[in-house]
Design a protein around this ligand. Sequence first.
Ligand code: 2AM
Ligand code: CA
Length: 264
Amino acid sequence: MAMNLEERTLLIKKWVLEAGDKIQILLKNDLSVQQKSNRTDLVTNIDKEIEKYFVEKIRTYFPDELIFSEEGFGNTVTKLDGNIWYLDPIDGTTNFIMQQKNYAVMIAVYEDGVGQIGMIYDVYNNKLYEATKGRGAWVNGEKISQPKNISMRNGLLALNSQIIFRKEFETHRNLGNESLGVRMIGSAGLEMMEVLQGRTALYLASSLEPWDFAPALILIAETGLVTRNFDGMAIDLLNKQSFACGTPQSIKDFLGYLEKKRLQ
Ligand code: 2AM
Ligand code: CA
């Protein structure tokens, strides 16, 4: 990287905080909401504006680097070579529209497929989660310690709501019974920040896009948590896929449970 990691981290942090301020100013006006692929797949003028803001900054400072982003202002990314930016201007858009909270600005930089810098900004609660490779995960300047390795049985299970409408719902419903209880926030990034802070043992999503998980993966790697898809494989940074994130023990419990169901 031309700029060193520390300089890049500071620059991204400045952009992220500025984006948070912009969102709060823009929220004073009426939101314009559009449907994307279906009735529940929504985008607002603010999602687009914030993505454009980041894309312009990245293209000014790092013109040779590709951007993998949700709202269409980035590039088509088909391989992991070089520096790749992952950008979700607003994760939890439906919450943003309906609640104006439980959403986050998310950005990450990877180099040859290895996470370098990840940031997740919970604007409503003014909490900035960040990690730079090898330097731990932090929230508002406080280091996040490695969460206890709790089992699924002794922890909360968080679900992406789409999962309960899937055919495999029976399996996941029973999984709920094997945990202490089920929770749903509606923002993949913020769900994973709960796992990071030891409040949730395991988060499951039937289908997430790379911009939904790439920033959190860097924080997760810094705190000894584990991510896998539902086949037990490592997460692929280029494609949409099933996604599990949790303590090492809860991931083992989850994959063991799926395996047992497959054999039945
Ligand atoms: P978004 O708000 O950026 O779209 C909601 O349960 C979580 O899943 C949010 O993080 C949301 O991200 C993500 N999500 C919603 N619909 C999705 C889809 N069709 N594919 C992938 N991720 C989705
Ligand atoms: Ca989004």
